[in-house]
Write a protein that binds this ligand. Structure first.
Ligand code: BG6
Length: 511
């Protein structure tokens, strides 16, 4: 077949990260210590970090460069997937420095500017990548001061901003934040992080669908019965997390962003090309087709919210959600949510997408399963073993044990035509000889390369909030809100979530 001459020919050309000064706001926080610096270190260990990259951490606490590096090193030893190497760390960390400033102190930004200019005069890259990793209540201030101090423009290079989640707490706050961000950085220089998009397996969804003829021809309501997306976590509110989580809840914390992103990748049409906007245009179209909830009853019928009660997870007794540290004892925040989502377009009409996410479930695991319609009930339907046998299920394991497996029916060896369910299994570890890089590694490189494909666009974020707000409103604004269900910690969720599927003759897949 002729190639379309207007399409980008070589994808590898896209990913050329350029050196820059990476300025991290919120440098003393967990994200910087546990994710960002270890990601950069891992890249350095693989030789993938652009030469001459400098990192400047900005936060309120007084610290010397040396103290800052020491703290980062301790955490890196704990979490780096590459293992900590003293020599490499010494070389890597000499390019990391620290700048003390209140986020609202204009003078602090001017001093930062002077410092960055000096670094540039000494040979550092003129490009600037600003990473907003602070608590979200400081985003407005940081963006305002970046603009007022002229830090959002570089004489000789580019300036980009990476904005961490949560990106707003509802549509109105997200729109406000979008305005503030875009007042300071043009949309094409704005990178809204959703770290699920940086996971190798999430990236592989498009390749699986659009580089293999086999699946895409079946990828529609003629052949697919339903889809399930599960994100299970065994952790609860450790480490003071309850303070943030109790104001957010499962729907806002995970569904608005990570899970709707996964759903978009599964449900989108093939993009016109693989440019950032080509891909994101298609993802937004999916979000626009989600069937709205017009009434509280629609929410009650299609969404289950729940909190965990006390129970046992991995052999340890844990308290119920309302007894957790920093959680309001009368809290009406959900630690679990399950949804039945309909996508009203030609491809997916009539195919339910079930989604669930919860804290304090038996174990951690994220997967997408595509459940195909049954084969016609002729020939082998009476064979021994065929009763209640699962049909074809394609499972995309996002984490752990990253891979893809296809459940098929097979003849068990022997003289009788007895059927058995078996699996064709692809495991990253086996096929590629190594595990996947951390999501932040890929995303940081992409931001340095100016490739926004794996970042959420403004309209994507707003459309997702619009959907989620309808549910939040029914829960928190209506006179007769849908009930809050319960599940014991260490179980797979409330019975109401099972009933949500049972009504349509479906069952949650066991992870
Ligand atoms: C974060 C949420 O965005 O993602 C957390 O705020 C959640 O509540 C985390 O635990 C899960 O990420 P991962 O990569 O561990 O699945």
């Amino acid at each position: 077949m002729e190639e379309n001459p207007f399409r980008e020919a070589d994808l590898s050309l896209r990913n050329h990260p350029e050196s820059c000064i990476l300025v991290i706001f919120g440098a003393t926080g967990d994200l910087t210590h546990r994710k960002l610096i270890p990601a950069l270190y891992n890249l350095a260990a693989d030789g993938d970090l652009p030469a001459g990259l400098r990192v400047v951490g900005v936060a309120r606490r007084e610290k010397s460069d040396e103290e800052f590096r020491k703290g980062l090193e301790e955490l890196n030893k704990e979490v780096s997937r590459q293992g900590h190497n003293d020599d490499l760390w010494a070389r890597f960390s000499q390019n990391i420095s620290y700048h003390t400033s209140e986020f609202s102190d204009h003078e602090g930004y001017l001093a930062l500017k002077t410092r960055l200019d000096e670094m540039e005069a000494e040979g550092a890259s003129p490009n600037r990548l600003y990473y907003l990793a602070s608590a979200p209540e400081f985003f407005d201030d940081i963006l305002l001061h970046l603009r007022q101090s002229g830090l959002n423009h570089a004489e000789n290079g580019w300036c980009r901003a990476v904005v961490e989640k949560p990106f707003g707490t509802d549509l109105a706050t997200a729109q406000h934040l979008n305005e503030v961000v875009n007042d300071t950085f043009a949309e094409e220089h704005t990178y809204r992080i959703d770290h699920y998009l940086g996971k190798e397996t999430a990236q592989n969804i498009m390749v699986l669908r659009f580089a293999n003829q086999l699946f895409e021809v079946l990828w529609n309501n003629r052949f697919i019965d339903h889809v399930q997306i599960t994100c299970a976590e065994h952790l609860g509110m450790e480490g003071g997390r309850g303070g943030y989580y109790d104001k957010s809840g499962a729907l806002r914390d995970m569904v608005q962003n990570h899970l709707l992103q996964l759903l978009s990748l599964v449900a989108m049409e093939p993009p016109a090309d693989l440019s950032a906007d080509g891909v994101r245009d298609e993802k937004v179209k999916v979000l626009k087709c989600l069937r709205p909830f017009r009434h509280v009853d629609d929410v009650a019928a299609n969404v289950v919210r729940a909190q965990y009660t006390s129970g046992t997870v991995n052999g340890t007794e844990v308290p119920g959600y309302r007894r957790e540290d920093r959680v309001n004892p009368g809290s009406m925040t959900e630690s679990y949510v399950a949804l039945k989502i309909m996508i009203d377009n030609w491809r997916w009409a009539g195919v339910p997408f079930y989604m669930r996410m919860g804290k304090r479930l038996p174990r951690k695991g994220t997967e997408i399963s595509i459940h195909f319609k049954d084969a016609p009930k002729v020939l082998f339907n009476a064979a021994p073993g065929s009763e209640a046998m699962p049909g074809n299920v394609l499972v995309i394991r996002i984490q752990p044990n990253e891979g893809i497996s296809l459940g098929i029916r097979s003849k068990r060896p022997g003289p009788a035509a007895t059927l058995q369910a078996v699996k064709m299994d692809f495991l990253y570890q086996t096929s590629f000889g190594k595990g996947s890089p951390e999501a932040y590694e890929r995303l940081l490189l992409d931001a340095m390369a100016g490739d926004a494909t794996l970042f959420a666009r403004k309209d994507e974020v707003e459309t997702a909030w619009h959907y989620v707000d309808q549910i939040e409103d029914a829960w928190h604004q209506s006179a007769h809100p849908p009930k809050m269900a319960e599940y014991p910690a260490g179980s797979w969720g409330p019975k109401e979530a099972d009933e949500l599927l049972n009504q349509s003759g479906h069952e949650w897949r066991r992870l």
